[in-house]
Design a protein. Structure first.
Lengths: 506, 320
């Protein structure tokens, strides 16, 4: 039985066509994967179904009846709940308040019944993360916990249709497993689920069928339960990209030289980092891996001058550094590309031109009057280098797709000719095609004589590009895997601290 | 391990304690400067001065919780005052109609503010400022020079002490606290905080953001009205400049009470502390025999110092 059907949904943001012809069929008690590259309209489509944005045209049918979803309140009444990617939680409120937000338990329809609400929150938390304190403020949680609270919030409303927008991108392995068990249970209860993700292995594991979007259009549907599972990858990738992608292997050629670019000696931050020492050579790409939140981000923040060290030394090209802020680090050519573009990397409401040139504006010895012409020229050159689409530098950054936004973050450092590039999960939530473009740019930069420290939560990336990988656990480096021995399994094994005999070595 | 009940770190990170400590400190100074501070009359007269500003601060805080500002509070208070003073006579029926009329007018002002800020999405700073200019114009039209008439019953009522010792101001404060307590038991209270905390998240949670902003201005206007009534009873006359100082005083009081201007955090109890601080500062200036030329300057200085202290919990928060 088809429970939800969307036909010909259209949505324009200003002049940008986010969705041209979005179609979707959802059957009762199934999991439908929604796939597509960044900017293909997946999120827009799901937001329309959730009532967060209203479609310009097109129809939505619920149980065969045409419905009009004007607000999130409407969609909640119809039993549609969405787990958002850019979280819908209020930081200042506690976990239980957030979980019940919008559907509080009440006595006589007026007075809040906090006891029932807390019980309700506990019940939905118990399924996903039993240890979490419901009285904690959401702002104090890690990103993985926030994501779990977000999911708990959607479940607690007891939806008939659940939309999950990239729920796994910030979760740990074990948490993903728990989520999938939960999804299976809900499926059996007759809940229909739309699952959006970039991770194909997960999609193949959990989804019954997938709907693929490309450039705002629904281009096809594949039933995963019927076909031979080996062919899925190819046929899905073909639908997403419209061309056959081959794994490029020429990344593997190392450009590493002998000259040491940066050496860190016994870096310590209380409670976060313990005696971290390593060297990065010129032209080398060093990966950082490990489970979520083992100090990888903190290490990168520390190296970029963003976080103060408690002890330890950072040596850059035989000179001891004494950075007091990011400004000093940038002046020495150590720059960071953060993963959270919106929060740390970009001024979303400003133009591409300004975003690309802010480092120039703040540099010492910048002329008091900045020539518009020169700025345009510089921006054009950078845009060519990073192959930004569309290549108009007057565009506002928030009109770009996620992948292109990340290119802008990278591009703003290109003109500074940095020595060391710190990448903090730069391809989080970016589609396969743009990701391979980004990796190519990184490799090119390494071969131009820059050193790159590359933290990624996606092991495949590290296997593809890194010359060697440092595995972190509880704030210290526990293992170094050379380039020859790199594989996905090897990385997982060492981040879980399982040695070759299969025993845990805690 | 024995659980530590007295946690210094927790106290310093709570936004309410700086306001409370400043208040206690200022009260001590006030008590030293004024030998009669603990006498019945002084306490009661202090209470009757604090009550209107306390209620106006509640009105301001509701809007601040929601992430907005109301710069028209002073003007609206004056409007309530002027409407009562020009429409009231000794007949009890006109007292009632004048009071009801002023309530309706206050609600209309709140509704317009709510429409402009909530539904038309104008920045509250500018929208409510324009409203205050407009209202001030209306006030001058109704009552160009101070005057009007307030019957004896009204201002006598405000000085009543029930049973000879229980002043009516305490009754008003208890009444207002109960109203606010009831509001905190409704989802509106939580939605106001959610909207102030993160508008997009609130919208995504199925909260009608525009309507909540509208309601918060409307609710706030009820408290403004109560404050206006009290001020009228206190002044026992109509004056077109009566409420002017209230707008910014209430904002300062709210911030001193640990309420964040960006919305979504803080507690009403803090706002009450802030309102008391503002009055006690004036008291101290008065009793310290400071030459009148310096009074305003020193008042401003004390407020700045108090604001700085109340910002201490935020020093420790890092921006990332």
């Amino acid at each position: 039985m088809i429970i939800l059907e969307a036909k010909g949904l259209k949505k324009n943001y200003g002049g940008v066509k986010a969705l041209k012809d979005g179609c979707l069929k959802l059957e009762k008690g199934t999991v439908c994967g929604l796939l597509g590259a960044n900017g293909s309209g997946k999120t827009t489509l799901s937001k329309i179904l959730d009532g967060l944005v209203s479609a310009d045209s097109g129809d939505i049918f619920l149980y065969g009846k045409k419905v009009n979803i004007r607000s999130t309140k409407d969609s909640k009444k119809m039993g549609i709940c969405m787990v958002h990617q850019n979280l819908s939680l209020v930081d200042q409120m506690s976990v239980w308040e957030n979980i019940n937000l919008g559907h509080e338990k009440k006595n006589w329809k007026v007075w809040l019944n906090n006891k029932n609400s807390i019980d309700n929150a506990r019940k939905s938390l118990d399924v996903l993360c039993p240890g979490l304190d419901p009285f904690k403020k959401v702002g104090a949680l890690s990103s993985a916990d926030k994501q779990l609270v977000e999911i708990a919030k959607a479940i607690s409303a007891d939806p008939k249709i659940l939309i999950l927008d990239e729920p796994t991108s910030s979760l740990k392995f074990a948490q993903v497993d728990k989520l999938f068990i939960l999804i299976d249970e809900m499926k059996k209860r007759g809940v229909s689920i739309i699952f959006i993700s970039h991770r194909l292995p997960e999609v193949k594991r959990i989804c019954d069928y997938v709907t693929v979007l490309r450039n705002g259009q629904t281009v096809g549907e594949i039933n995963l339960r019927e076909m031979d599972s080996d062919k899925h990858d190819d046929s899905i990738l073909y639908l997403i990209t419209d061309k056959k992608i081959e794994r490029k292997s020429d990344y593997k050629k190392s450009c590493a030289t002998e000259e040491v670019m940066l050496e860190s000696k016994n870096l310590c931050i209380r409670g976060l980092l313990k005696n971290v020492s390593f060297k990065i050579r010129k032209g080398e790409i060093v990966g950082i891996s490990g489970l979520q939140g083992q100090g990888q981000e903190e290490l990168i923040f520390a190296l970029s001058g963003f976080m103060r060290l408690d002890s330890g030394e950072i040596w850059l090209k035989d000179k001891r550094t004494n950075w007091k802020s990011t400004k000093d680090a940038v002046a020495d050519g150590v720059v960071m590309v953060p993963g959270d573009k919106q929060k740390e990397g970009l001024f979303m409401d400003h133009s591409v031109l300004n975003n690309l040139l802010y480092p120039d504006y703040c540099k010492k010895g910048t002329r008091f009057l900045f020539s518009e012409k020169v700025a345009g020229k510089i921006a054009k050159r950078i845009i060519q280098k990073i192959s930004l689409t569309p290549d108009d530098y007057n565009l506002q950054v928030n009109n770009l797709s996620g992948g292109n936004q990340q290119k802008v973050v990278l591009g703003k450092w290109l003109n500074q000719s940095p020595n060391l590039l710190l990448l903090c999960d730069p391809s989080k939530g970016i589609d396969i095609e743009t990701r391979s473009e980004l990796l190519a740019i990184f490799k090119q930069m390494a071969c131009d004589g820059k050193a790159i420290l590359f933290f990624s939560s996606d092991n495949e990336e590290l296997v593809d590009i890194a010359d060697r990988v440092l595995v972190m656990f509880e704030g210290s480096i526990v293992e170094e895997i050379p380039g020859e021995g790199l594989s996905n399994n090897r990385l997982i094994a060492s981040s879980l601290r399982v040695n070759k005999n299969g025993k845990k070595s805690f | 391990m024995v659980k530590n009940h007295f946690n210094l770190k927790k106290i310093f990170s709570n936004t309410i304690y700086p306001g409370m400590s400043i208040l206690i400190f200022l009260l001590i100074i006030n008590a030293i400067l004024d030998p009669h501070f603990f006498s019945k009359n002084t306490l009661y007269s202090n209470l009757s001065v604090i009550t209107p500003i306390l209620i106006a601060t509640i009105a301001q805080s509701i809007v601040i919780f929601c992430g907005e500002l109301d710069l028209s509070i002073g003007a609206t208070i004056t409007l309530v005052n002027v409407i009562i003073a020009t429409n009231i006579t000794d007949k009890s029926i006109t007292i009632l109609t004048a009071i009801l009329l002023s309530l309706v007018v206050a609600l209309i002002v709140g509704a317009i503010n709510g429409l402009l800020v909530g539904y038309l999405r104008l920045p509250s700073l500018v929208a409510t400022f324009s409203m205050s200019v407009l209202i001030t114009g209306v006030v001058l039209l109704i009552l160009p020079t101070p005057g009007g008439y307030v019957p004896e019953v009204v201002y006598k009522l405000y000085q009543i002490q029930l049973g000879g010792f229980f002043p009516i101001t305490i009754l008003i404060i208890i009444f207002v606290s109960i109203i606010w307590w009831l509001i905190t038991r409704t989802s509106l209270h939580r939605y106001i905080y959610a909207v102030g905390g993160n508008e997009v998240s609130a919208e995504a949670s199925g909260i009608p953001v525009r309507r909540i902003k509208f309601y918060s201005y409307l609710l706030s206007s009820v408290f403004i009205w109560i404050s206006g009534l009290i001020i009228t009873a206190q002044a026992s006359t109509g004056d077109s400049r009566l409420g002017a100082s209230y707008t910014l005083t209430t904002i300062a009081a709210a911030i001193m009470g640990g309420i964040s201007l960006s919305g979504g955090s803080g507690r009403m109890l803090g706002a009450a502390f802030g309102a008391c601080i503002m009055i006690i500062v004036s008291n101290i200036i008065f009793y310290a025999n400071i030459p009148s030329f310096y009074q305003e300057m020193i008042k401003g200085l004390i407020i700045i110092i108090a604001l700085t202290i109340s910002a201490i919990p935020k020093f420790r928060q890092r921006s990332y």
